[in-house]
Ligand binder design. Structure first.
Ligand SMILES: *[C@@H]1O[C@H](CO)[C@@H](O)[C@H](O)[C@H]1NC(C)=O
Ligand SMILES: *[C@@H]1O[C@H](CO)[C@@H](O)[C@H](O)[C@H]1NC(C)=O
Ligand SMILES: *[C@@H]1O[C@H](CO)[C@@H](O)[C@H](O)[C@H]1NC(C)=O
Ligand SMILES: *[C@@H]1O[C@H](CO)[C@@H](O)[C@H](O)[C@H]1NC(C)=O
Ligand SMILES: *[C@@H]1O[C@H](CO)[C@@H](O)[C@H](O)[C@H]1NC(C)=O
Ligand SMILES: *[C@@H]1O[C@H](CO)[C@@H](O)[C@H](O)[C@H]1NC(C)=O
Ligand SMILES: *[C@@H]1O[C@H](CO)[C@@H](O)[C@H](O)[C@H]1NC(C)=O
Ligand SMILES: *[C@@H]1O[C@H](CO)[C@@H](O)[C@H](O)[C@H]1NC(C)=O
Length: 477
C-alpha cells in the first residue's frame, strides 16, 4: 500500500499546469491590476500575454504569477536583425521587469510558418539571438525561448504515426528549430483549435471525438493504438513528426486551446455546452497527466485560449467569444483550472481526492483521523473491521480514507483538505481493491465501447483558424 501512495505522490508532484492567454482586444476589460488580482483569487499562476506592454508587466510585479511575454510577428525582423538588436530588446522588455515580474518565457511570433511566412527565414536566428542575450545576462535557465505553431505545420495527420512536418520547411526551419529548442532545454509550442478541425471534417469525425466524450475511437493500424479523441491524435501526430526528424522526448506545451461559447448561426458546433465540455475535459486531461497513446502519462502544460471574451476581435462572432470569463469577471461557464474547488456546484469540476501525506508522524495522522471521523462527522463506517476499507489496517490508509470523506462532504472546498498540514489533494483516484474513494465530481465514463472504425479517409487540417472562421462566415452571409 505504501507503494501505491508513493505512485500517487510522484504523479501529483510533477503534475502539469493549465494557465491562460490574456489578450486585451476589448473596450470593456478590467484594468491590468484588477486582472492580476482576479487571477490571484482564481489561483491561476501561469499567464501568457501577447506583447510586452509596460502596464501589464508592471501589474504582474510581486504577484507570484509566471508570465510568458510575446514578440508580435511584425516585430520579428527588427528584433532579430542582429545580436545587438536582440540584446536591446531583452534589456528593455524583459530585464527591466525582472525579478519583480516573473517572466519565464519569450514567445517569438505566432504561427509564423503558416501565417507569416515572410519572417520564416529569420525565425530561428531571432530565437537564437534572444537566447544568446539571455545567456549573456545569465537568465537562460529562468527564461525560455520558443514559438507557437499552428496544426497546419503538419501534413498527413491521419493516422498519427504517419504525420510529418510540411516538407517545404521540415529541413530548412523545423530541424534547426528543434535543435535550438533541445540545446536550450526549451519546449515545442502548439496551438490546438479542435473546432476548426472538426468543422472541416464533420462528415468523417464525430463531435464526441472532438470533445473528449465517449466514442468508439479510431485505430492507427500501424501502431495498433486506439485514439478516442482529436487532441491525443494531433499531439501524437506532432510526436511522430518530431520523431521523423529524430527528435524524441521534446517537451510540448499547448500554447493556445479553447472552444467558443457563442457564434454566428451558421457556425457549426459552437455552443455554451460544447465550450464547457471541451474546457473541462481538456483541463482534466492535462491535470491528470493523461498523456497520449504514444506517450501515456507524459506531462504537458497548457494555456487556455482565453481569459476574457474580447469584443474587438475581428472575424466571426466566435472569435470574440473564446473567453472563460466575461469582462465583468463572471464566468462564462464553470471550469476549474487549478483542480482545486473554485467553482460553486458540481458543474464541470475536475475530480479530486484528499489523502494523507507521506512522511507525517503517526500521532498527527491519528489526531487528524480522529477529528475527521469524530467532530468532523465524516462517514467512516467503511473503516470498521470487516468493511471494505479496513485493510490495509494502517493509520496512513485509514487517515486517507477519512480525509477524503471529509473533503467530499465539504464539497471539496478550499482549505478542507489540510488537517493541520498532514493532508493533500490528489487528482488520481486512490481507490484500491474493494475500497472506493468517492468524489462528488462525476467521473468520465472510462469504459471504451468496442472499436468499430479505423482510419480510412484522411482528415483535413484547415490552413489557419482565423481564416477558417472568416471563410465560414463569408460563405453563409
Ligand atoms: C519564478 O518562477 C519560477 C518557476 O519557474 C520559480 O522557481 C521562481 O522562484 C519564481 N521567481 C520569483 C521571483 O517569484
Ligand atoms: C551572436 O551571439 C552569439 C552568442 O553570444 C554568438 O555565438 C554569435 O556568433 C553572435 N552572432 C553574431 C552574428 O555576432
Ligand atoms: C506546405 O507549405 C507550403 C508553403 O507554406 C504550402 O504552400 C503548402 O500548401 C503546404 N503543404 C501542405 C500539405 O500543407
Ligand atoms: C535518424 O537517426 C538514425 C539512427 O541514428 C539515422 O540512421 C537516420 O539517418 C537519422 N535520420 C534523420 C532524418 O536524421
Ligand atoms: C487519467 O490518467 C490515467 C493514467 O494515468 C488514465 O488511465 C485515465 O484514463 C486518465 N483519466 C482521464 C479522465 O483522462
Ligand atoms: C453534487 O453531486 C452530488 C452527487 O452527484 C449531489 O448529491 C449533490 O447534490 C451535488 N451538489 C450540487 C451543489 O450540485
Ligand atoms: C458508459 O458507457 C457505456 C457504453 O457507451 C454505457 O453502456 C454505460 O451505461 C456508461 N456508463 C455510465 C455510468 O454512463
Ligand atoms: C464487444 O466485443 C466483445 C468481444 O468481441 C463482445 O463480446 C461484446 O459483446 C462487444 N460489446 C458490444 C457492446 O458490442
Amino acid at each position: 500500500m505504501i507503494v501505491g501512495f508513493l505512485i500517487v505522490f510522484l504523479a501529483s508532484s510533477c503534475s502539469a499546469f493549465v494557465g491562460v492567454n490574456y489578450g486585451t482586444d476589448g473596450d470593456n476589460l478590467p484594468t491590468p491590476q484588477q486582472v492580476v488580482d482576479f487571477l490571484q483569487r482564481q489561483q491561476i499562476s501561469h499567464v501568457r500575454i501577447f506583447d510586452t506592454d509596460a502596464g501589464l508587466l508592471q501589474a504582474f510585479a510581486g504577484s507570484n504569477i509566471q508570465v510568458l511575454v510575446g514578440i508580435p510577428n511584425e516585430e520579428i525582423l527588427s528584433v532579430g536583425k542582429s545580436n545587438a538588436s536582440a540584446v536591446d530588446w531583452v534589456k528593455k522588455n524583459v530585464m527591466t521587469y525582472l525579478p519583480g515580474t516573473n517572466i519565464t518565457g519569450i514567445v517569438v511570433g505566432s504561427q509564423v510558418l503558416t501565417d507569416y511566412s515572410s519572417a520564416a527565414a529569420s525565425l530561428v536566428s531571432t530565437m537564437r539571438y534572444i537566447h544568446a542575450a539571455l545567456v549573456a545576462a545569465n537568465l537562460d535557465d529562468q527564461v525560455k525561448v520558443s514559438t507557437p505553431h499552428g496544426t497546419a505545420v503538419i501534413q498527413n495527420w491521419f493516422p498519427p504515426s504517419a504525420a510529418v512536418f510540411n516538407q517545404s520547411y521540415a529541413e530548412t526551419v523545423m530541424r534547426p528549430m528543434l535543435d535550438f529548442l533541445a540545446d536550450s532545454s526549451s519546449y515545442f509550442m502548439l496551438n490546438f483549435y479542435p473546432l476548426a478541425i472538426y468543422a472541416q471534417n464533420q462528415q468523417t469525425m464525430s463531435i464526441d471525438f472532438a470533445l473528449f466524450r465517449p466514442n468508439s475511437g479510431q485505430i492507427d493500424s500501424s501502431t495498433n493504438l486506439l485514439y478516442t479523441n482529436l487532441f491525443e491524435t494531433v499531439i501524437d501526430g506532432v510526436y511522430s513528426a518530431m520523431a521523423a526528424l529524430n527528435f524524441t522526448g521534446m517537451p510540448l506545451v499547448v500554447s493556445e486551446t479553447g472552444w467558443p461559447s457563442r457564434g454566428d448561426p451558421a457556425e457549426v458546433a459552437v455552443s455554451l455546452d460544447n465550450a464547457a465540455t471541451y474546457a473541462s475535459n481538456f483541463v482534466r486531461h492535462i491535470l491528470n497527466n493523461t498523456g497520449t497513446p504514444r506517450r501515456p502519462g507524459l506531462a504537458m502544460n497548457a494555456y487556455m485560449y482565453e481569459l476574457f471574451n474580447e469584443d474587438m476581435r475581428q472575424g466571426a462572432t466566435s472569435e470574440k467569444n473564446y473567453g472563460l470569463f466575461y469582462p465583468d469577471q463572471t464566468p462564462v461557464y464553470t471550469v476549474d483550472l487549478t483542480g482545486a474547488s473554485l467553482a460553486s456546484g458540481n458543474g464541470t469540476r475536475v475530480p479530486s481526492w484528499c489523502i494523507a501525506k507521506e512522511g507525517m508522524s503517526t500521532s498527527s495522522l491519528q489526531a487528524a483521523l480522529d477529528y475527521a471521523c469524530g467532530q468532523g462527522r465524516a462517514d467512516c463506517s467503511q473503516l470498521q473491521p470487516g468493511q471494505q476499507c479496513y485493510f490495509p489496517d494502517t493509520v496512513l490508509d485509514h487517515a486517507s480514507y477519512a480525509f477524503n470523506k471529509y473533503y467530499q462532504k465539504a464539497m471539496m472546498a478550499p482549505g478542507s483538505c489540510d488537517f493541520a498540514g498532514v493532508a493533500t489533494v490528489t487528482f488520481t483516484d486512490p481507490s484500491h481493491g474493494q475500497c472506493r474513494f468517492p468524489t462528488i465530481v462525476p467521473q468520465q465514463n472510462t469504459t471504451s465501447p468496442n472499436v468499430t472504425r479505423s482510419f480510412g479517409q484522411s482528415f483535413k487540417i484547415p490552413p489557419s483558424t482565423g481564416l477558417l472562421f472568416l471563410s465560414v462566415a463569408l460563405f453563409w452571409s
